[in-house]
Every structure is written in C-alpha cells, then in structure tokens.
Design a protein around this ligand. Sequence first.
Ligand code: AOF
Ligand code: ZN
Length: 370
Amino acid sequence: MNKLGVPNDEFYMKIALRLAKKGLGFVNSNPPVGAVIVKGGNIIGKGYHTRFGALHAEREALLDAKKNGFDVSGATMYVTLEPCDHYGKTPPCTDAIIESGIKRVVIAAKDPNPVSGDGIKKLMKNGIEVKVGVLENEAKEVAKFFFKYVTTGLPYVTLKYASTLDGKIADKIANSKWITQELRSEVHKLRSIHKAVLIGAETVLKDNPMLNVRLPKRKFRNPDVVVLDENGRVLKRIISDTDKFELFNPDYQRRVIIFSSKHYQNVELPEYVKVKTPESLSVENILKELAREGIDSVLIEGGASVFSQFLPYADEIYGFYATKIFGKGKSIFQHLSIPIEESEIPFEIQKIRIAKNRKELMVVMRKCSQ
Ligand code: AOF
Ligand code: ZN
C-alpha cells in the first residue's frame, strides 16, 4: 500500500511471497516461488510451486486465472523469482507469459540458476515491461536454501541444539532427552522445511531418535535422515536390529543416508537406506555428497562432536535454552578448544523467542555477510 492506501507493487509482491512460502518443505531442491496476476487492481490469478517437479508458480497462476474465467491480456504478473527460459522438468515460463498477453512482469529476485536462461531479456525482447528488485531481500530470504545451493553447490546448513543455561546438551550420565519442551514446535517446523537432518552415530545409539515431524493439523514432509557413522557402529548394530531403531521406521517415508568408513558386506538393508563410503569423511566432502543427492538444506541435530565439526560450515544457528543447569555434562561444542581472543563467532542474533511459560528461550543466529 502507498500512503493513500492504494495497493502498489510491494503490496502484490507480498501476496506472491506469502504464496511462495506455502511450498516450503515440499519443493526442495527447487525454489519456493509464488505468483500473482493483477488486472485493473484486482487479483485474477494466484499460484505457487507446490512440490518438486510440479508446474512453476507462473504457470499455476495463469491456469488459476483461466480456471476462473479471466482474460489475462494486458495484466501484470508479480513473481518472486525471475521466470525461467529453459526446458527443464517443465517448459519455459517465459513462453507461457508471452503467449498469455501479459504486458508487465514485476520480479522480486533474479534467478541465480545459470541453466534457467535469461528470462528477463526474453520477456523484454517480446515487448513486455519488466521491473526487477521489488522486495528482493525478502524473496531471497524465502528461497535462501535454493540461493545457497545453486550459487555454491553446497546445501544450506542450519545447526540446532537444545541446551541448559550452562551450555550442556547432556548430563553427566549422557541423558540428553527433554532438555527443552515448550518450544518443540519450532524444532518440528525447522525439520519440515529442511530437506534432511543430520546426526552422529552416538545420538542414534543413545537416544534412538525418530527425527520425524510432529505438527498437528499441518501437511508436511518428513526430512531425509543422514547419519555420520564414521566407525560403522550404527551399521554393525542394524545388521541384527533394524527394527529396534526408530530411524529405520518405514512409516516415515524418507531416505536414510549413512556415511561410514566401513561397509559391512552382506548387510541386508531396506531399499530406502543408502550407505556411502567416500574416501574422505570431511565435512566439506559430506556436504558435497549431500548436494549431489539433491539435498539443498540440512539441519544438524547433534551431538557434541557433530556440532563441533559443522560449526564452521553453518549458515544459521538455532539455540534452544532451558532454565536448567547441569554443571557437569556434555557441552555443545566441547570438541573445540578456542582461545578467548578468537572465541567470537561470525554470527549475529536475528531473532529471539521466549516460551509462554518463560522457562525456555530460542535464539536464532545468522552468519554475518562478509
Ligand atoms: C521451480 N518453480 O515456480 C520456478 C522455477 O527443472 P524445472 O523445469 O522444474 O526448473 C527448475 C528451475 O526453474 C529452477 O532451478 C529455477 O531456476 C527456475 N524457476 N523453478 O521449480 C518455480 N519459477
Ligand atoms: Zn519456470
């Protein structure tokens, strides 16, 4: 809205962004994208990318307008990402827009994906007025996994831990369940948007975690699970005991990828379990392998040795703190030893949330842009 309360480009782009968000968790490793078609101040079509491989937002919006009996010629399309100009899983959106008679296209962010061609140029060549950069930062934020994945070839890395006030993720006898409770739904939301969660062997063996999404009244997809099983301890145990691990529960309909330096031949694994034994189990190598598997985002869920390894690669950190103290116990990053003068990490606090019962705190930190 402008000062007189008349809807402007930002107003419609906000609606397109809201639509884009509906695809979060379903579209990876494609971008969540939203589109709105406006004619004479009225919204006559809306669409978003609903799941990986499905129609792009632009085509969904055009179909929606058509379904509702509207003629889109002369209309304006608001789209959160530059329309593609390539034959991928679907034909180019530029062609659909040009054919439709739309005369103006407002774009939030340019597409960083080189394979998608130059959609802006193509539209302009065909006499369409194009405006780029409306709510660009917001659009990049919504599609942050996609932007990182396409520009670096690595997944977006989010580190998530739940600790006591004194930074302990487990007590002295290694009990680590239920440190935080109230803010659990935030964790489940995080799981629902990431393509995969990653944990160490120790966590699998000690906690037997489900790592699925539990959100009432919401549609979601369970993330794939990645296990760092350097010495093959989990693999060895599942030879006889697959059923005992929640991780391998087929009801969750997800892939399980195990990274190990050892592979036990003649281990019979269900078809959704994949064992990878790359030459190096360095974090960088693991992230590259995950990217090759189409994983655009990974939520690191522990324990201490995994947190310590992945900290330098994290784009974002979600710290959940409970008003509890363990004194002795396992510290979040206990495998690092950093002198005080180097201890400030390149992160800034973006958001905090206090639980209703005032017993828990969520701190969201983002890597500073250099
Ligand atoms: C999407 N959804 O709404 C838009 C996309 O392989 P394809 O054909 O699905 O094309 C994927 C590329 O298309 C994607 O990387 C991005 O560059 C562009 N735009 N993709 O999945 C959409 N608008
Ligand atoms: Zn497209």
